[in-house]
Structures are given as structure tokens and as C-alpha cells.
Design a protein around this ligand. Structure first.
Ligand code: DAH
Length: 368
């Protein structure tokens, strides 16, 4: 039996090897049956036949294991000889997203203003009427309310209920500008410490064409301190715009204007030149075909606004400014249709987006 089994094992493949194992060593296998006969033998007989039967089992077990190992080694050798890996093939490039130009510009703003000592402040996008309007010196009857094309957030549905709601309290609004963060920042600071903040974020107005989208982005700036003048405002804006557009030849023009929350107020234009028939921010402002482009609104914070924020307007002064982020991005990076910003077209995002790895941004971005 030993010679037969060893010969069969020597010529078996992997599948046949398993059959032989079951045939010899399985529960009702031949070798197992012989092992069972040991129990019924006399001690003398067992002493004589025991070593032979155990030796048979060991020999078969060993032969099975070594045949199995050599068959597996052969299979591996054959695979290694047959398979080739082409190490020169280009690896699959994993699909990766891009940083949206708006996120990129927000990061740039946060970095530039951080250098000037400004922190980033935030406020809710669903705002109360008081923060969005009243505290900013825009009372209920003020025409500026109509100018803002406000979205009202009203949990009631019928016209009757809306009228009733207005009688009780004005409904919540989607903030029409980032200016309410001025009030929140002043309240948070507690009325007795200087403030330097910017507040970038989403804003909403019921308006839609090539240069307006119902959701857009603004950045608010606010400085509150003692002895603040228009000179500080002008220097800050000039320093910011030079850093943002990465040019030293930025020229500014402050035009007298009107905002309810600043007095005096100024709209700020930045000079552009014509290069290859295109408007480029920097230089000119007049002559050589160049001109002025309006970029932001600003002014000295109105006494009533300082008071609404919990500061004493006889002691504290400040300046504020508000600026469209999407427009800044368009001017710096050359897009001409605002609506494409929010279409989510992957081709546009690939073209105008930034790599999160190549371009240094604040970790996580200010929106995170
Ligand atoms: N909130 C104004 C708007 O959305 C922009 C603005 C103008 C903000 C003057 C200011 C400011 O802080 O001083 O049109």
C-alpha cells in the first residue's frame, strides 16, 4: 500500500493530490482504517505492527505535503516566467477637483488682510430684518430696502398670513449684503475694544442677468478704533488692491456717494489701461484710452451704526467697505460671464479652477 500511495502522490496534480489525501487519510480512508485496527490488537501484536502503521501514515502525510509544495512552486515559477509588467506605462491619473475661483479669491483676501492685522468674521446668511437693515440705518420706510430686491424668508404661505406676519414683526431675509456682519462683530467685541475684520460670504438678491446672479459673494471690511480717518480707509484700500492685483501702479479714485450706513460715503474706482485692446487693471485711469472701473463702496461708519453695534460714537470711529468677490475674481482672472461661476460646468471649473496643491491657500479655505 505504501509503495502504491507514494507512486500515486508522485504523479498527481493538485486536484488529484486532495483525492489521494481523502482516500488514504480521510475519515474512512485506508490508512485511517489500519490505525483503527491497533485498538483491537494484543499488546505484542500492537508492538510489532504499530510502528509500521504509524510509519505508513507519516510517510504518506510527508509525501503529500512535499508534492503539494513543489507543485505550487512550479506554478509560481511558470507565472513569473510568463507574466511581464511594463514599468514604462503611464499610471492612471486619478480624477481630481479644482479650487473654485471664488474660494481662491476668498483665501487671497484672508491672506492679504491677515498681513494688515484683520481677522475673518462670519454671520448667518438667513438674517433678521434688524441686522440686515434697521441696525445699518435703513429704517422700514427707506427706499434702499426696495433697491435691494430682498428675498424674504417667510414660513407662512398665504398672502393674508404674510400681511399678518408683517404686522407682528418683519420676516427674516436672505442677507442682501455682508454689512450685517459689521453689527455682529461690534456686538461680539463688546463695545470697548478696537476691531479689524473682513467678512467674506454669500449674499442674495432677486436679480439675474450677465452681471447679476441671485446668489453672489461680497467681502465686508470694518475697522473700529479711536481717531480713525478717511486717510486710513484710503491707505488700506490702496494697499489691499495693490496686493490683490499684484501691481504697484494701481491708482484709486474716491467718488462721493451715498450709503445709509456710512457718512461720508465714497465709491472707489480703480484705474485701468488698455493692453492689446483689453482692459487691464493698473495704470491710466484717464488718457491712452484707459479709464476708471468701480470696484467697491466705502465710507466712515455712521454714528447710528456705531451705536447699534454697542459702541459710543463720541469715542469710537471707524471705516467700512463692501466689495463684490465674484467681480474681483472676474477682473483678476479674466472671466466675462458671472452666471458661469455657478453653473457647475466641469469644463469651466477645470479651465478657471485652481489646484489645491499648486497654489498656496489657507488650509481648508475660509469657507470650511
Ligand atoms: N453693503 C453695500 C452693498 O451691498 C456695500 C457697502 C458700501 C458696504 C459701503 C460698506 C460700505 O461697508 O461702507 O451695496
Amino acid at each position: 500500500m505504501k509503495a502504491d500511495l507514494l507512486a500515486a502522490i508522485g504523479g498527481a496534480d493538485l486536484a488529484r493530490l486532495e483525492d489521494i489525501r481523502v482516500f488514504a487519510l480521510g475519515k474512512s480512508g485506508r490508512v485511517t482504517a489500519l490505525l483503527k485496527t491497533l485498538g483491537g490488537m494484543s499488546p505484542e501484536e500492537r508492538q510489532a505492527k504499530g510502528p509500521v502503521i504509524h510509519g505508513l501514515r507519516e510517510a504518506v502525510t510527508e509525501a503529500l505535503a512535499s508534492r503539494k509544495a513543489s507543485l505550487e512552486r512550479e506554478a509560481l515559477d511558470a507565472r513569473l516566467a510568463g507574466e511581464t509588467l511594463d514599468m514604462t506605462l503611464p499610471a492612471d491619473v486619478p480624477a481630481s477637483g479644482t479650487v473654485h475661483p471664488v474660494s481662491q479669491v476668498m483665501d487671497e483676501l484672508a491672506e492679504i488682510f491677515a498681513d494688515l492685522g484683520f481677522a475673518v468674521a462670519t454671520g448667518p446668511e438667513i438674517e433678521t430684518d434688524w441686522y440686515n437693515f434697521t441696525a445699518l440705518n435703513i429704517p422700514e420706510t427707506h427706499p434702499a430696502r426696495a433697491m435691494h430686491d430682498t428675498f424674504y424668508v417667510d414660513p407662512t404661505s398665504t398672502e393674508r398670513e404674510i400681511v399678518d406676519q408683517w404686522a407682528k414683526a418683519p420676516p427674516m431675509v436672505l442677507r442682501t449684503h455682508t454689512s450685517p456682519v459689521q453689527i455682529r462683530a461690534m456686538q461680539a467685541a463688546g463695545g470697548d475694544t478696537p476691531i479689524r475684520i473682513i467678512a467674506p460670504g454669500r449674499t442674495y438678491r432677486s436679480d439675474s442677468d450677465a452681471t447679476h446672479t441671485p446668489m453672489f459673494h461680497q467681502v465686508e471690511g470694518l475697522v473700529i478704533d479711536k481717531g480713525i480717518t478717511l486717510g486710513h480707509l484710503k491707505w488700506t484700500l490702496e494697499t489691499f488692491l495693490k496686493a490683490f492685483f499684484e501691481r504697484d501702479d494701481i491708482v484709486l479714485r474716491l467718488r462721493p456717494s451715498y450709503f445709509p450706513f456710512t457718512e461720508p460715503s465714497a465709491e472707489v474706482d480703480v484705474g485701468y489701461s488698455i493692453v492689446n485692446d483689453k482692459r487691464v487693471i493698473g495704470g491710466s485711469g484717464g488718457g491712452n484710452g484707459g479709464g476708471w472701473m468701480e470696484v467697491l463702496g466705502s465710507g466712515m461708519v455712521h454714528r447710528k451704526v456705531i451705536a447699534a453695534g454697542g459702541y459710543d460714537p463720541d469715542q469710537w470711529q471707524g471705516f467700512a467697505f463692501g466689495c463684490g468677490i465674484d467681480r474681483l475674481a472676474m477682473l483678476k482672472y479674466g472671466m466675462d460671464d458671472l452666471r458661469a461661476f455657478f453653473d457647475g460646468d466641469v469644463r469651466w471649473l477645470k479651465h478657471y479652477g485652481f489646484s489645491g496643491l499648486d497654489v498656496p491657500t489657507l488650509s481648508g479655505g475660509v469657507g470650511a
